[in-house]
Design a protein around this ligand. Structure first.
Ligand code: RB5
Length: 144
């Protein structure tokens, strides 16, 4: 069971709700940091909120969704300690965990359909970091 902090703007609102239900069915504990309606809002507010929680809560994950997935991933990746992966396939989701120790999954509701998004989420949550040579590389990400 994992703790997952979820956030989206209006463009990711529907998919966020779907994926939160899916995560709960999988037995994970989810905190929904908003947005809580389809009213227009600014994706950085939610990306920063999720990123702060994931950095503060070691071992937790983030789920961020906007229209394209691009805005939330750019904003989240400004936070030291955050490795947000914008995934369009299950293979990318798996590799982002195995090789990059991604701790935030970013998705675009206007790009990725619901069934594929669920598959991506399942692959992301199931895969684990492989460590060893990847550990050295992931550590170097923080050395800027
Ligand atoms: C909102 O219209 C849209 O720009 C936003 O959801 C996201 O796609 C930005 O990257």
């Amino acid at each position: 069971m994992m703790k997952v902090y979820a956030g989206s703007d209006h463009g990711g609102f529907n998919l966020k709700n779907t994926l939160i239900r899916k995560l709960q069915q999988m037995g994970h504990e989810v905190e929904d940091l908003g947005t809580h309606s389809k009213d227009s809002c600014d994706y950085p507010d939610y990306a920063h909120a999720v990123a702060r929680k994931v950095v503060a809560d070691k071992g937790s994950f983030g789920l961020l969704i906007c229209g394209s997935g691009i805005g939330v991933s750019i904003a989240a990746n400004r936070h030291p300690g955050i490795r947000a992966a914008l995934c369009r396939s299950g293979l990318e989701a798996k590799l982002s965990r195995q090789h990059n120790d991604a701790n935030v999954l970013a998705l675009g509701e206007r790009i990725t359909g619901e069934a594929l998004a669920i598959d991506i989420l399942e692959k992301f949550m199931a895969a684990g970091f492989e460590g060893s040579r990847h550990e050295i590389r992931v550590r170097k990400i923080e050395e800027i």
